[in-house]
Design a protein around this ligand. Sequence first.
Ligand code: FAD
Length: 396
Amino acid sequence: AKARVAVIGGGYGGATAAKYVRLLSDYRIDVVLIEPNEAFVSCPISNLVIGGSRQIAHITTPYDGLARKHGVRVVRDMATAVDTRRKTITLASGATMAYDKLIMAPGIELDFAAVEGLQPAHAAGQVLHAWKAGPETLALRRQLEAMPDGGVYAITVPEQPYRCPPGPYERACQVAWYFKHAKPRSKVLILDANQDVTSKGALFKKVWAGQYQGMIEYRPQHKVAAVDARAGVLKFEVQDDVKASVLNVVPPMRAGRIAGQSGLANVNGRWCGVDYLTFESAVAKDVHVLGDSIQLAPLMPKSGHMANSHAKVAAAAVVAQLAGWPVNPAPMLTNTCYSYVDDRNVVHVASVHSYVAAEKTFKTVPGSGGLSPAPNEMEGIYAWNWAQNIWADTLA
Ligand code: FAD
């Protein structure tokens, strides 16, 4: 019988892995992709939808390319349980599915319990995170549109590690860009649990002091402890309360729920440890975990570009192991994260990581990568084309 690879999660990691297992096996391995959403909605570029310079249609791609062009069987369902010993998956619809290899890529779960009052405020649609692109992206945009001029938008940033290190700072720029032309008396407050801006810090701070002078205020060491949605108040572990018109609380994160439920989150009960050579789980054989769910080596951000890169290494390893071939002993990963500071000017950070066998980890290649000197329009063009290319690589 043909080998079957099941993939849980059709995001940047899972969709790429599904396609590349098909490609690298010359279409000899059956691939089933389990994903509840009807279409892929990208987090990268979603901050521009919040800022208003792009529409949700620009960041939405259907899943049919994977089926039509690559013969991936896309099952619109949710995995509710995995038995890693018997190698079976249970779906929300009740069906059970067996696999030879499982690729687990469910992204992140938001830890609402870490912030008192957040769960009910989020369920009522009052306090949003918009850290998974889709309906919540639009709902946050509507909150900003409804806010009167002179109001305050506050975003809280969780401690590292979290999905997309520069994401909150890019979002602050996008909201300020919108305020600047639509509600110029309004303010953006960044309340950061970290000691400082952890990604592209000098570049962002220059933009805040320059084109958004007097509009964006940055406060480090603000770890949010509680939210009172009715009063519009955020409470912190140490610092004074903050009142704002729109509260955008991005809580701490952990591996996607199904990864935790399947017993794969062996690092602090939060993230999934893997063998970086193959992305095979540290605790379950024939289960490969990738994307935001994994415990990352130092200097490896949780990004869509990285998830796409993990997926190719994992897909090659899965195909090799099923065929009885040796795995690639020297995989490489790349990353580029672009951030839009307004509707067209962009900054980037890039890195290249190679596997170091002696230490069983990835390390950045000396002299590789880099950082923009300053925001510029040319990188705005690169950023937009990066998005078109990675969506095509992942889904078409
Ligand atoms: P995801 O892409 O989230 O995919 C996980 C998928 O699994 C989802 O489709 C989900 O529906 C599915 N799933 C979950 N549970 C189950 C289950 N039980 N059964 C079946 N399916 C399930 N990265 C960049 O590289 N560049 C950027 O510019 C960038 N900008 C960003 C901006 C913002 C505002 C945010 C929030 C993130 C940004 N990122 C960016 C980060 C990027 O979005 C993530 O790192 C990336 O999505 C991780 O890929 P993933 O496959 O691990 O998870």
